[in-house]
Design a protein around this ligand. Structure first.
Ligand code: GLC
Length: 421
């Protein structure tokens, strides 16, 4: 009898492997633009394929808040999250809480991705996360308005300000007094750090901390850059920008109220969607140079997927990460939502380039995007916060860049342990 029962149990186990092992995983999905829908669809497709279920944890739209939330979960050793989104500037901050993915991912798969991003995700020999999509700041402009008022797409920030003034004045005369010149991410959060790193780099003012770890923030070019943008607030740049995240800027631009916008590539698919007021009227180019001797540059952004080491379903979570970062999934997200793949071969894909022509024309901008100073490792977030507070104060009219950047520079030097971080 015992034998029969044991045999029966063994047979049952064979017949119902997926049923008895169906697990529920929790993945964090972003909330900016189409991110949540695309992430949910990808996760659901994996769930259908594997017989497991996936629950979505919505991340805040503000990346700085998202980091704080994730750090809290990780510090508590929470088992509530199986797959986490990791910003390109976070591996150095979060590495200790994540599984090393190296043993699970073949060399061939790793080789498909931009080597610099894979490198970025390695901390002390550990692969903290798999690249999911990359990002770089770009300039969106209204083709129709520039043409109508005899303006060319700008190559310098000064030209941009000049063109914006011409368009705004002419449109105002014609009764369109709602139009503004330039919108960007001006709220005091990580998005402003990205925006202002572009300003500094485009004027030749460095990137806060140099690649060797030396604090370089307080220099005349950086001061000039920040003062230049502060001088536009209230004229070319509306004051409201000081509370804009990505979606605030996109909302203004997509409703037809702005001539220029600094944003990430995701805004392209939405600006050209069915119900967009500016569908078909939008151009995308590299961000302008900070003057004739400046440089055209976009800040490197982008997201990775990792598995917290507290997950109770590590192997399955890795499988979900592999699925979501695969060629097929990255292609789908690029075609539908203009999220830049991290898989190099996809930049030759005809369907993808037809949906996003600027993935081809701005390829150099993407591969040469300027990194934020992650040499600062676990202290990156403090560095970013000091920097953007100084920029935000200047934009808001609280002091000049020379003083504000000098104070932030001194604090960073105190944090930096002589550049050793
Ligand atoms: C985008 C970028 C990310 C950056 C964030 C700032 O999501 O991909 O790297 O930190 O914007 O708002």
């Amino acid at each position: 009898m015992k034998k029969v029962l044991a045999g029966l149990a063994a047979a049952m186990a064979l017949i119902t492997p997926t049923l008895s092992q169906a697990e529920k995983l929790v993945i964090a999905c972003g909330s900016v633009g189409m991110e949540k829908d695309l992430c949910t669809q990808g996760a659901q497709a994996w769930a259908k394929k594997t017989g497991h279920t996936v629950e979505i944890m919505s991340a805040p739209t503000d990346t700085s808040q998202e980091l704080a939330q994730l750090q809290q979960l990780m510090a508590a050793g929470s088992t509530d999250l199986d797959v986490a989104r990791i910003d390109i500037v976070w591996p150095g901050i979060l590495a200790n809480h994540f599984l090393d993915l190296k043993p699970y991912i073949s060399e061939d798969v790793l080789k498909q991705h931009f080597p610099s991003i894979v490198q970025n995700n390695m901390v002390k020999g550990k692969l903290v996360a798999m690249p999911w999509f990359t990002d770089a700041g770009v300039l969106y402009y209204r083709k129709d308005l520039l043409e109508k008022h005899g303006q060319k797409p700008p190559t310098t920030w000064q030209e941009l300000a000049q063109s914006a003034k011409v368009v705004l004045e002419a449109e105002k005369k014609a009764g369109n007094d709602k139009l503004v010149g330039l919108v960007f991410q001006g709220k005091s959060y990580e998005g402003l750090t990205c925006t202002a790193v572009e300003w500094l780099d485009s004027f030749g003012g460095g990137t806060i901390v140099d690649p060797q770890g030396k604090v370089t923030l307080n220099n005349p070019k950086a001061v000039e850059a920040v003062d230049f943008f502060a001088s536009l607030v209230g004229t070319v740049v509306p004051r409201g920008v000081l509370s804009y995240e990505e979606e605030g800027a996109r909302g203004a631009f997509q409703s037809g109220s702005a001539v220029f916008m600094r944003n990430w590539p995701y805004a392209w698919a939405l600006a050209n969607s069915k119900d967009s007021m500016v569908k078909g009227k939008v151009g995308v180019i590299a961000l302008p140079k900070g003057g004739p001797d400046g440089k055209s540059t976009g800040t490197l952004g982008g997201w990775q997927l990792g598995v917290p080491k507290y997950s109770k379903n590590k192997e399955l979570a890795v499988d979900l990460v592999k699925y979501l970062t695969s060629v097929e999934e990255q292609k789908r997200r690029a075609v539908v939502g203009s999220f830049n793949p991290t898989i190099t071969s996809l930049y030759q894909d005809k369907e993808l380039l037809a949906a996003n022509p600027f993935f081809g024309s701005l390829y150099d901008t993407f591969i040469n995007a300027v990194p934020r100073p992650t040499i600062t490792g676990a202290k990156y977030n403090q560095v970013s916060t000091e920097f953007r507070n100084a920029v935000y104060a200047t934009l808001s009219g609280n002091g000049k860049a020379a003083d504000n950047l000098a104070k932030a520079d001194a604090k960073l030097k105190a944090l930096s342990k002589g550049g050793k971080w």
